[in-house]
Design a protein around this ligand. Sequence first.
Ligand SMILES: Cc1ncc(COP(=O)(O)O)c(C=O)c1O
Length: 389
Amino acid sequence: MNKKELTKKYGSPIYIIHESVLKNNFSRLKSSLNKNYLKYQIAYAYKANPNFAICKIFDKLGAIPEVVGDFEYDLAKKVSKNKRIILNGPYKPRILEAINRGNCIINLDNFSEIEKIKDKKIKKDTLIGLRVNADSKNLAKNHFGFGRYDNSLEQAIKRLKNKKIKISGIHLHIGTNISDINYYNNLLSLVEEVTRLFYKHNLSLKFIDIGGGFPSRSASPINFKKWEWNPPEIEEIIKKISMGLKNIFDNSNLPLLILEPGRYLVDDSASLLSTIVANKKVFGVNSLILDAGIGIFPINRNYNLGSSKSKESFDLYGPTCMPQDLIASSQKLKECNPGDVIEFKGCGAYGDSLSIQFSFYRPPHVLIKINGQEKVIKRKERLKDILRN
Ligand SMILES: Cc1ncc(COP(=O)(O)O)c(C=O)c1O
């Protein structure tokens, strides 16, 4: 079915997600790990796209859920039933439930969390980790985890040791859409320094969770020109990280490497199809009004709309009343009339999950299965979804 037929059948705008791309992304990551670092666990970062069917696909492929917040935790229990769940983030509303459930990896972020769990019985199958603040000078500053800069990491280690709570690992996450392979040197140095601190306290690391951040090739971030966007392939990244870890740790005693990709797995699997609803001149510039805009598009992207031989170029606006609802400028398009459908590739990550309710219903999601069949995996929002209480 072509894009016009798809919008006719299911409505516009609409997300079209390709199962083959999801599976291919996963298998590339998995085979690079198999080649370079056998002791690993892939977790899917639900925040990138928490659609139930997508989470289920990764579950079947062997990924465990990585969740932040109550909604993602509840979803993970439905998707993955008895499997291990990773809980991250500075506020974990289900932390005590997870302690009761067992079979979780809980990466503690702050002393209030330590207080909450310090007198609880931690089941054998639950692993406690510490989120390490990325406080190296070359890494972007953030407010997550325990730092070395204020000694809070060492204090957290001592407090947990005092309470006889075993610390099994560390958790780091140094950014998203990381396009410079050398940036991972900062991650590796951080791991090395923190490992030394753990050794000082007679602790060894059972796992190292390096978070996500692997780039998607589909849509360049807004601070890059389209032609400048050439991030490393996943194979190169995994090789670099694996070699780095093997230099830090004894080969016979490698920690379990946990990865939490979100964007890399889902971004290029989905396109957003949007219909032109009007054309007009805005201060003399050819402009098109679309039925998808600021509320649902993943933010801060340059969309690669391809080039056509058309001499005319267009600015593309969304349907809301916000002046900043400008999706793309100066696009040479062959679709330029009301009723024409435009495909925006690379909308699988942080689109729906970051979307806002802003004057319009959220769009449906249709999965194109490997056998070519279409399946509605999220129907278009309805008034009753909004009015429910
Ligand atoms: C702790 C953690 N893990 C994983 C991810 C997923 O990152 P990405 O989508 O860049 O792979 C994030 C994103 O913010 C995160 O904060």
